[in-house]
Design a protein around this ligand. Sequence first.
Ligand code: ZN
Length: 438
Amino acid sequence: MLTPLPPAVPRLLDVVLDCRRFPDGDMAYASSLLDPLDAPELSKLRRTTTLSHVAQTPAFRCVSCNSPLLVRTESVRSSRELGGRRARFYHARNSRAVGCLFNTEESMTPDAINARQFEGRQEGTRHKALKAGLVDALHGDAEVTSVATEQPVIANRRLRRPDVLAMLASGERIAFEVQLASPQMATIAGRTQFYAEARIALLWVMDEARLNASLPLQGFQDIYWPQGGTVFALDDDALAESKKAGAMRLHRVTVTQVDNRLEWTSELVGLDAVQAFLGLDEPDRHPSIATDPLARALLDALARGDSRAAGAAFTLLAQSCGVKANWYDARQDGFDRIMPVLVTLLTGRKAAPSGYADDAAAAILNSALEAPSLRDWSRVIAVVGNSTVEAAGRMARRSTWDKVSRNLQAIGQVPRRADALEQRWRPVLRRLFPRLPD
Ligand SMILES: [Zn+2]
């Protein structure tokens, strides 16, 4: 098993604001700022950090209290390091920093640092036990190359510490969020969006022992219905089975509504089932199309023509992108018809129920371009068509290109609806097709 090289010194401030380029600061990992430095570079960084602090334009600030930070080093003798791996950030003397969780002058053991990092956030004993068990189960699994708890992840100038972060042999990362209390919609939407931006798969994990009480709660319903009624769960059984198998075992819970009741079944599955659920197992999955459960639930439902399931996934996905539109608005705009066309443009395969053959990409594209109600999406089609070589090839076919250019001309004369569509749907488009240009 590979574990990342530990830093030479434990660092309580593992994420800092780097203010050298922008006064507001960019979040950065202390390890990526300090570990690569050789001895002269470290000396230079200490100098600029101190000088900028004296000039009251600090180079680094605390993410928690925003106080100026300086760089301190352990001795070469004790750390057996010359470069930045013996360095860490610390708070300059400052009244604001007095109450800061991350303000400490004394050197701390890694355990003490972990304890400190957790202070201020609520973690019950059950949550702690399930999390620790999950870490053990993942450690024992040959498919997993590293496991970390509470490791900071930065995306789009925001920071989260997933309960458990695992790196797989394939290079994929999975964030496990052990969720025992019914989450708010804003929490679900925020995490979904955050991990999509960080390109990390998000897996919600419930407490199997409390499913009867938890599954009816709206917060959990808001998690599993958009996932097609599937959610994963842990308990002592799963942990014992993991130990026995020498590989992670989780309960895969399938929920259905029968009349006015919820019914659920549960079976123990391994990491392969989790990977399949997260869309990490498809060798030919398309790099331009998002594969997280929510995106897949939406695109799969559209491919089946299941408008109700598509609407459930759409609602959460749109919320997570900050788009205030409901499924009715989406259908009014033709969003539900144009998304499968964009998928076809990227993959060359049919992505909605229709009489066309699976590989009749040209016919599918042309018929969408001929539909008056979809005409104002043509600029989006052109952008998606330019995002990969294969899609550009499909768009460049004579019969298709004639229609695209005719539609673009028409939009150029009356651009209002096309502009409105793009403005409204840009965040969702970028979420579903992460490689689109800005
Ligand atoms: Zn601070």
